[in-house]
Structures are given as C-alpha cells and as structure tokens.
Design a protein around this ligand. Structure first.
Ligand code: NAD
Length: 462
C-alpha cells in the first residue's frame, strides 16, 4: 500500500483471481484499522501544505499524468490480469487516467465577484474540503480513480483511495507510481475487503466521500455519511435504454449499438442495457445485433486480437448466467449466444435476447455483463414511459435518421446523459452523473470539480 509516500506491507493478504483462469494469481494487502488510521493521518497532515499552493498542485498533476502515460506498459498487464479486459483496452484505460489528470491540471477554478460597489466587495470563492475518502468498483479501476484523484487534488484536498477487492493491484501499482511525483500523504492507497470501505465512510477524518459502485452499497455509504454530515458524491448503477425511432437504418446503427452495449464486456455503468425497437424493424435489428455478437472475439485479454475478455468475477458471472437463464426459461429466444463458454475462467457468450419485454428480470434489472435484451414497441410515448419507468436514471440514447427529432425525444429521457445516435461518449469536460437512484452529484468537468469544494463568501465591507 502507499501511506504517507511510503510503501507499506501488511500482516495479512487476500487472493486476487485472474478471471481468465478462475485461479488466484496474486496476493493483495489487507489493510488493518491502525493502518487506515495512519493513512487518514498522513492525508490530514499533507492537507496543511497541499491546500496552500495551487501552482504546485497543477504542476504535480501534470507530472502525474506524464508519468502514468510513460508507465502504461507496466500498469496495463496488471490491470488485464485482475480485471480481464484485453491488454489494448487496459492500455487505453491507463492513458485515459493520464488524460484526466492532465485535463484537470489546467482547469480553471471558478471565482465570482457578485457585488463590487461603494458598500462592499463580495466574492464567491471555492475552498477545499480536507481529506477525501474515495472508493471504486472493479470495472474501470484506474480511470474511475482518476475521475476522483484529478479534481479532488486540484481543488486542494488530499485522499485515501480504496479499490475493489476484485481489482486492487492496478490501483495499488498506480499509487506507487504516483508517489514519485506527489508529495507524501497527498494520495494514499489502501486495499482490503468491503469492510475497509465501511471503516472509511465511518472514519472521523474524511470530510467528503466520493463513491462509485452499486446502488445497494451507495445507500449504505449515504447512511454512513449522515451522522457526520460528510459531503457525498455517489456514482451508482444504471439500466440505460436505447430507443430506436422508426426512421432508423438497422444496418447503419448495429455496430454502434453493439459497441455501446458490449464495451468492457457490458460491465459499464452507462452501457446500453436494453434496446427498444419499433415492431416493424424488430426482426432486422435483432438479426443485425446478433451478427455483431457472433463475430465478437472473446478470450484471454493477454491474447492478441481478443476484443472481449471474461466477466470480472464469479458472483457477477453467476448473476449474468442466472439472468439469461431466467429470460430463456420464460420464453425469450437467444438470437446469439445464451450461455457460459466451455473451459476455465468466467467467459460468457456475447448474447442477444429477443422475444421478451419489460417485466423480464434482465430488462428491469442491471445485468452488467455481455447480454442484451431487445424489446419491441408500438407507440413511442409508451416506449418512453417504459424507458423512464425505473429507479435508475444514469443515461440513455435515442437513434434516428432525423437527428433533430431524435434529440427532442432524447430530451424526454429522465437521466443524467441523453445521447443522440451515439452512446458512451464521455470526456473529462463533460459532467457525468445520474438521476434518481443512479447517483448524487456529478463527476467531471467544472461541475465535478466543484463537488470537491465548499463555497466560501468573502464579503469585504467598504
Ligand atoms: P459494489 O458496490 O459492490 O462495490 C464498490 C466498492 O464499494 C468496492 O470498492 C467495495 O469494496 C466497496 N464497498 C462495499 N461495501 C461497502 C460499504 N458498506 N461501505 C463502503 N464501501 C463498500 O460495486 P461493484 O460490484 O464493485 O461495481 C459494480 C457497480 O458499480 C454497478 O452497479 C455499476 O453500475 C456501478 N458503477 C457505476 C459507475 C458510475 O460512474 N455511475 C461506474 C462504474 C460502475
């Protein structure tokens, strides 16, 4: 682990499974209560000086981004071995994290004069909060950590970061690399099980919790933050609908739709998780998506040419298997795939499900894996109602040849990002967050940066 700039060993460790083999391939440190206290103290101590020098912070974030870029070949295989994604995608993830750090290094901090007259000069400025407790999931450990590290550190906060127990190693390695350019204590990285996350959210030192993960855990985090009134950003699950309009060309959109649903093997919070198609086009869309699924190359992420790796972990593999089996048992048809693949590891066939509707578990719940239900509709208002009729509200997309009409329909989606003729288009400048149970607050852009600050009014009498 990295605590106060030093490499710290632990007495106990836990096994990390390579999802391509299903076998434990490495041990990760199990942080104790005392070591978490040390990490929090180191962050609190570092905060005293880190908060004072904005120019030094910008310089350090640039150096951090450059260093990650330079060390991507070292970090990417660690990510592939524990997460499962193809090496090329792992490399893009490291580079993406570097891009995020460098983007925020140059982002301006808003400062507004709201009154400047004979009686007063009143400015609204932003102040850091203190120590941030950051907790991340297993699908994109490095990029999602960078969404927190970059704005939190720029704003003058310091951090204790905990990755998922399924994917701790790449984040621990990143912490070690970044300790070469960040002052001791500014970024501490610890690892352990879910209990460590709960210790962090209940710890008296952090003033802010930045959490990415499931809705169920997000609610526990919110409850844990409440007694201490810790500030909170929650990036939670989604069940993103893609609505196809009646002027869409199935052949033209199939590859993009498939990519929006199956990126990272469907393990993306804002992936397409259900597709709504006008009845007239239904068979054509199902077949066009099935063609994509049958052509997808699935395998060990270290093998050249593989596009999709295994599902990250056994519980998730079992959940996807169960949701697909449930749909098939209730009358759905697998137009492609439909079952786990033979052999070791958590591999599942890229699956397109037809002949099912809202009410099927895989339509109503977040599957978070390589299986996509395609649902038909007769009336657009009804389709929108079904798309919105959920506790989720992360993102969604509308697809049609008439882009203006598609944009008008997209505006009726109840979600944080409404895409038109695309899905999963993200950037460090674009705020990202969810309506309803999909989250509280946003990450990225100036809006995400402000989430790591408190407003302070400086009112000077004249
Ligand atoms: P999870 O909620 O099980 O775990 C997320 C993190 O929380 C892990 O580090 C875990 O150890 C920790 N944790 C578990 N219990 C805790 C507790 N009581 N207190 C504090 N921390 C605790 O989620 P997961 O299975 O790792 O990730 C998948 C979920 O994350 C999906 O629902 C997905 O949609 C969501 N997700 C959301 C976004 C987003 O930006 N909105 C991005 C990626 C993933």
């Amino acid at each position: 682990m990295t605590i106060g700039g030093a490499r710290v060993a632990t007495k106990d460790t836990f096994g990390v499974v390579n999802p391509a083999t299903g076998e434990v391939h490495a041990q990760a440190p199990e942080c104790t209560h005392d070591q978490l206290d040390q990490a929090m103290s180191a962050a609190a101590e570092a905060y005293r000086s880190w908060r004072t020098d904005e120019a030094a912070r910008r310089k350090a974030l640039h150096a951090a981004g450059d260093l990650l870029m330079a060390r991507s070949a070292e970090l990417a295989p660690i990510l592939t071995a524990e997460q499962g994604k193809p090496l090329q995608d792992a490399t893009f993830e490291v580079i993406g994290a570097a891009i995020w750090l460098k983007h925020f290094a140059d982002l301006e901090m808003p400062r507004e004069v709201i009154q400047d007259d004979a009686s007063a000069l009143v400015e609204v400025v932003r102040r850091p909060m203190g120590v941030v407790a950051a907790i991340t999931p297993w699908n994109y450990p490095l990029i999602l950590a960078s969404w927190k590290i970059a704005p939190a550190l720029l704003a003058g906060n310091t951090m204790v970061l905990k990755p998922s127990p399924f994917t701790p190693l790449s984040t621990l390695a990143m912490g070690e690399v970044l300790s070469e350019v960040l002052p001791p204590g500014v970024l501490n990285v610890v690892s352990g099980g879910d209990a460590l996350g709960a210790w962090m959210t209940g710890h008296p030192v952090p003033r802010k919790i930045s959490f990415t993960g499931s809705v169920a855990t997000g609610k526990k985090v919110a409850a844990a933050a409440a007694p201490d009134l810790k500030r909170l950003t929650l990036e939670l699950g989604g069940n993103d609908p893609a609505i196809l309009l009646d002027d869409v060309d199935p052949e033209a959109v199939a590859a993009k739709l498939f990519a929006g649903a199956f990126q990272n093997n469907g393990q993306v919070c804002s992936a397409i998780k259900r597709v709504y198609v006008p009845e007239r086009l239904y068979d054509d869309v199902v077949e066009a998506l099935a063609v994509q699924a049958r052509a997808a190359k699935v395998g060990d992420g270290m093998t050249e040419g593989v596009q999709y790796g295994p599902i990250n972990n056994k519980p998730q593999y079992e959940r996807v298997s169960e949701l697909v089996a449930d749909a098939l048992a209730n009358g759905a048809r697998a137009a492609a795939g439909g079952k786990p693949m033979d052999g070791p590891g958590f591999f599942f066939e890229p699956t397109i499900l037809a002949g099912l509707s809202d009410g099927a578990r895989i339509v109503d719940e977040e599957q978070f894996g390589p299986a996509l239900p395609v649902v038909s509709y007769r009336d657009l208002d009804d389709a929108l109602e079904r798309a919105n009729g959920t506790h989720f509200g992360l993102s969604g997309s509308v697809w049609g040849t008439d882009a203006d009409r598609a944009a008008e329909v997209a505006g009726r989606l109840e979600c944080g990002t409404a895409w038109v003729n695309t899905h999963l288009a993200l950037s460090p400048a674009q705020p990202f967050g969810g309506f309803k149970w999909s989250g509280v607050g946003v990450e990225n852009g100036t809006w995400g940066l402000l989430g790591f600050t408190e407003i302070q009014v400086v009112h000077r009498a004249r």
